[in-house]
Write a new protein. Structure first.
Length: 108
């Protein structure tokens, strides 16, 4: 029984120890790997493209935002009198859209 266990152990351990040694890596491949790593370190990171601001669109959006926001106090006064202006919710959505557009355009 002991002989069978030793034989089984020898069959399992012998191939794994041979695989652990592996094949030697030729010096030329090691030099090529080092040269490739050095080249990768020398390459500067990519520069993100600069986005151009459309100043005319920014000005138009800002003017629209200001115009719409000036109408909100009178709409709120109408609500206090019991009247809900039908376009008030649309105005608020447009204000939100314009402010988000301006914020994203000016974000660094």
């Amino acid at each position: 029984m002991k002989l069978l266990a030793c034989a089984l152990l020898a069959v399992v351990v012998a191939p794994s120890s041979a695989l652990a040694q592996g094949t030697p890596i030729p010096p030329g491949i090691r030099q090529a790997d080092r040269a490739e790593q050095q080249t990768q370190r020398d390459i500067p990171p990519p520069i993100p493209p600069q986005t151009r601001l459309d100043l005319a669109k920014l000005r138009q959006d800002a003017d629209d935002l200001a115009r719409l926001s000036q109408t909100i106090p009178s709409d709120v006064a109408s609500i206090q009198r019991g009247l809900l202006p039908k376009d008030m919710l649309d105005k608020l959505k447009q204000i939100e859209k314009l402010s988000k557009s301006l914020r994203n355009a000016l974000k660094p």
